[in-house]
Write a protein that binds this ligand. Structure first.
Ligand code: HPA
Ligand code: MG
Length: 221
C-alpha cells in the first residue's frame, strides 16, 4: 500500500471499534461489522484540511465543485470550516459552489468515458481555482477523466479533495500528483457511511463503517 505522511493512514491491520461503543441507527445494527473511522475524527481532519486548502487556493476565487451523491457530507462540512476561516481572518476570498453527478459509460472497462450531469456551464470554471470534492477514489479512472475534461475550460488551478481515499497498490503515480489534499488513506475494504453508500443505503450513517455480510446480502441490488 502506498503510504503518505500528508494524510491520516488507516493501516491494513486497523481493527476499528465495536459498534456498541458508538451511536448507530438501529436499522443498521446487524448490517455493519465495525466502526472504522468515527464521525468526530472525520470532522477534526476536515477542519485541518480546510486550513490546507485555504493556504493553497485561498488567493483567488474558489469554485467548490461537489460530486454527488457521495461527496455531499464532506462538501457541507468542509465548506462550513472554510467559511469559519473566512469570517475570522483578515484575509478572505469569495467562494461559489456547484453540484454535479458523473455518469460512467463503461460497457467496456477500459473506455473511461464519463458524462457530467447537472451543474452550471463548465465555462464558469475558467480562470477560477476549482476544488473538486469527491467521496472515494477507487480505481482513479473517473477522476482522471474528469480532470482532463475540466482542463479544457482553463481553470486557474484544479485541486481534488477526497476523503476517504482508497490508495491501492495499483494506483497510478500520476493520480497522486493531481490529488493534492487527501483526507484518509484506507485499505481496500468496502466502507460505508458519511454519504458513502452500498446500493444507496448507509448514506444516513455518521461514521465510516465496514459493512457486514448480512448487510451486503440484505441490500444487494
Ligand atoms: N464504499 C462506497 N462506495 C465505493 C467504495 C466503498 O468502499 N469503493 C468504491 N466506491
Ligand atoms: Mg456509490
Amino acid at each position: 500500500m502506498a503510504t503518505s505522511s500528508s494524510c491520516v493512514v488507516i493501516s491494513d491491520e486497523e481493527q476499528g471499534y465495536d459498534l456498541d461503543l458508538f451511536c448507530i441507527p438501529k436499522h443498521y445494527a446487524a448490517d455493519l461489522e465495525r466502526v472504522y473511522i468515527p464521525h468526530g475524527l472525520i470532522l477534526d481532519r476536515t477542519e485541518r484540511l480546510a486550513r490546507e486548502i485555504m493556504k493553497e487556493m485561498g488567493g483567488h476565487h474558489i469554485v467548490a465543485l461537489c460530486v454527488l451523491k457521495g461527496g455531499y457530507k464532506f462538501f457541507a462540512d468542509l465548506l462550513d470550516y472554510i467559511k469559519a476561516l473566512n469570517r475570522n481572518s483578515d484575509r478572505s476570498i469569495p467562494m461559489t459552489v456547484d453540484f454535479i453527478r458523473l455518469k460512467s459509460y463503461c460497457n467496456d472497462q477500459s473506455t473511461g468515458e464519463i458524462k457530467v450531469i447537472g451543474g452550471d456551464d463548465l465555462s464558469t470554471l475558467t480562470g477560477k481555482n476549482v476544488l473538486i470534492v469527491e467521496d472515494i477514489i477507487d480505481t482513479g479512472k473517473t477522476m482522471k477523466t474528469l480532470l482532463q475534461l475540466l482542463k479544457q475550460y482553463n481553470p486557474k488551478m484544479v485541486k481534488v479533495f477526497n476523503a476517504p481515499v482508497f490508495m491501492k497498490e495499483t494506483h497510478p503515480f500520476s493520480l497522486f500528483l493531481c490529488v493534492s489534499v487527501v483526507g484518509f488513506e484506507v485499505p481496500d475494504k468496502f466502507v460505508v457511511g458519511y454519504a458513502l453508500d452500498y446500493n444507496e443505503y448507509f448514506r444516513d450513517l455518521n461514521h465510516i463503517c465496514v459493512i457486514s455480510e448480512t448487510g451486503k446480502e440484505k441490500y444487494k441490488a
